[in-house]
Write a protein that binds this ligand. Sequence first.
Ligand code: PNS
Length: 161
Amino acid sequence: MSKIAIYPGSFDPITNGHIDILNRALKVFNKVILAIACNPRKNSLFTVDERIRLAREIFKNNKRVVVDSFDGLLVDYVRKKKANVVIRGLRAVSDFEYEFQMAHMNKKLAPEIETFFMMTGQEHFYISSQTVKEVASFRGCIKGIVPPIVEKALREKYGSK
Ligand code: PNS
């Protein structure tokens, strides 16, 4: 069986924490599809196309990573890709309740799909797209928290010092 995992999320924008999770997943799965959710109800900073472009640039030298987007239910997308594993990253206890609900809802909708949780490294556990945007919006330093290409894209959104 070819081991494909889907790593879904908003990735608005992708951070070093996400990259850490994806690299961990690559130790277990042959191919990981980073699937960017198109959620018109969410007020995103980056468009889906911008998020795709950033992630593709970051993983351009890794043939085992595919960057894609999806709308609608995640489980429908996972089935369409003929996969049965979803990867989610866990940082702190505060992530748990939301992830627990989502994993169980997905299990109810598609019992054949498993959710795998991976813990971010301790150097990344405090990082979230939300806090990165907050710091960047006040032109704070986000070096080492996001890849340089994302840092540049955030500077372009918010203006540089
Ligand atoms: O990075 P995020 O915002 O925590 O990712 C959440 C995401 C996109 C994985 C989740 O909202 C999702 O799967 N959305 C698609 C709609 C869906 O399937 N919802 C049912 C799960 S409760």
